[in-house]
Design a protein around this ligand. Structure first.
Ligand SMILES: [Cu+2]
Length: 121
């Protein structure tokens, strides 16, 4: 009787382990660290300083409450996202990248005017 109970316990433990492994396999290979900011014409982006890790996929979201104008109508990250993206009210900008080198990267307009920083550690 005792032996049978042990056997059942062992089978139960094995199948639990199997389930845990199956769950891991269905997870995306690299879940991005999401950082989010809000753009307004009066306050530009807020928050404007972020820290992320080398090698960790980052998802940077900019939620625009206004449509950008003039010099500051586009946003980019020097060295991480070099394509200027237009700031349009109600249309989130999403930039996904994997930082390869530690350092301080500038969030700017298309012409290079500072609006924030991403620190990669
Ligand atoms: Cu500009």
């Amino acid at each position: 009787m005792k032996n049978t109970s042990l056997y059942i316990a062992a089978i139960a433990a094995l199948s639990l382990t199997g389930t845990a492994q199956a769950k891991e396999k269905t997870m995306p290979p690299s879940t991005p660290a999401t950082i989010t900011t809000v753009y307004t014409r009066a306050g530009d982006i807020n928050p404007k300083s972020f820290t992320v890790s080398v090698g960790q996929k980052v998802r940077f979201e900019v939620n625009s409450q206004d449509t950008g104008s003039g010099c500051m109508k586009e946003i980019m990250i020097q060295g991480l996202w070099n394509k200027p993206e237009p700031l349009v009210k109600g249309r989130p900008v999403v930039m996904e990248f994997v930082p390869q080198k530690a350092g301080t990267y500038r969030i700017t307009c298309a012409m290079g005017v500072n609006r924030g920083t991403i620190i990669v550690k």
